[in-house]
Write a protein that binds this ligand. Structure first.
Ligand code: TYD
Length: 206
């Protein structure tokens, strides 16, 4: 495989899509093929799973939730991500398996190693070349979400302690794999964050 796989992670409302769009623009200007995608979703099957995990009214068992995200991921990687990497494209993806470890592991309190292994099985071991973690304290993240006039989905509607656990889990994941992760303070100006991301991507493109 010759392309580059870049994922954006972080809590809800930290600016992942803004940064993904900025990176896509920069790479396209440099003549690279870019596939910008997201999980959950990114395929027709994935969009249906997304609808269940984000909008189902009522309880979903945590293990069932973890399996739904993993099923979405398996199909997405097999049909979109790997084919794109095989033809030398840069894949820019909003959320990947670190989200499962943080949300289903630390958030729903499932065993983090098992959740990670489940996802790794689903994707046949594919890890990103670079994972950008946009880190923001919970209160600021909530303020950003509240500023958007859109109803909360199932995970956004969770309590503050849930989101605090998710944030800590992301930071622990980054500390465990410093070579893969770039941690950026999401409170920095958008352009400053974009510049740091570009620097890391450029270093991996050579
Ligand atoms: P996202 O698309 O980032 O939400 P939004 O469009 O509202 O920014 O992600 C949807 C939600 O799914 C988000 O709250 C995090 C959650 N999620 C998990 O719990 N596990 C996962 O594996 C993934 C990919 C997302």
């Amino acid at each position: 495989m010759t392309g580059l796989f870049v994922t954006f992670e972080g809590g809800d409302g930290v600016g992942k899509s803004t940064q993904a769009a900025a990176l896509e623009h920069w790479l396209r200007e440099r003549g690279r093929e870019v596939v910008r995608t997201r999980e959950p979703g990114g395929t027709e099957v994935g969009e249906r799973i997304r609808d269940i995990v984000l909008h189902h009214r009522g309880h979903i068992d945590p293990r069932a939730e973890a399996l739904l995200y993993a099923a979405d991921r398996a199909h997405h990687v097999a049909t979109v991500v790997r084919p794109a990497l095989d033809r030398d494209a840069v894949v820019i993806q909003d959320r990947y398996l670190d989200s499962s470890v943080a949300y289903q592991g630390a958030g729903r309190v499932l065993d983090a190693a098992q959740v990670r292994d489940l996802s790794l099985w689903a994707v046949n071991g594919l890890l990103p070349d670079l994972t950008v973690l946009l880190d923001l304290d919970e209160a600021s993240a909530r303020r950003r979400l509240d500023a958007v006039d859109k109803p909360f989905d199932r995970l956004e509607a969770e309590q503050a302690e849930f989101h605090a656990r998710v944030r800590t889990a992301f930071l622990d994941l980054a500390a465990a794999e410093p070579g893969r992760f770039l941690v950026v303070d999401a409170a920095l100006p958008v352009d400053e964050i974009a510049a740091r991301v570009r620097e890391q991507v450029a270093a991996r493109l050579v």
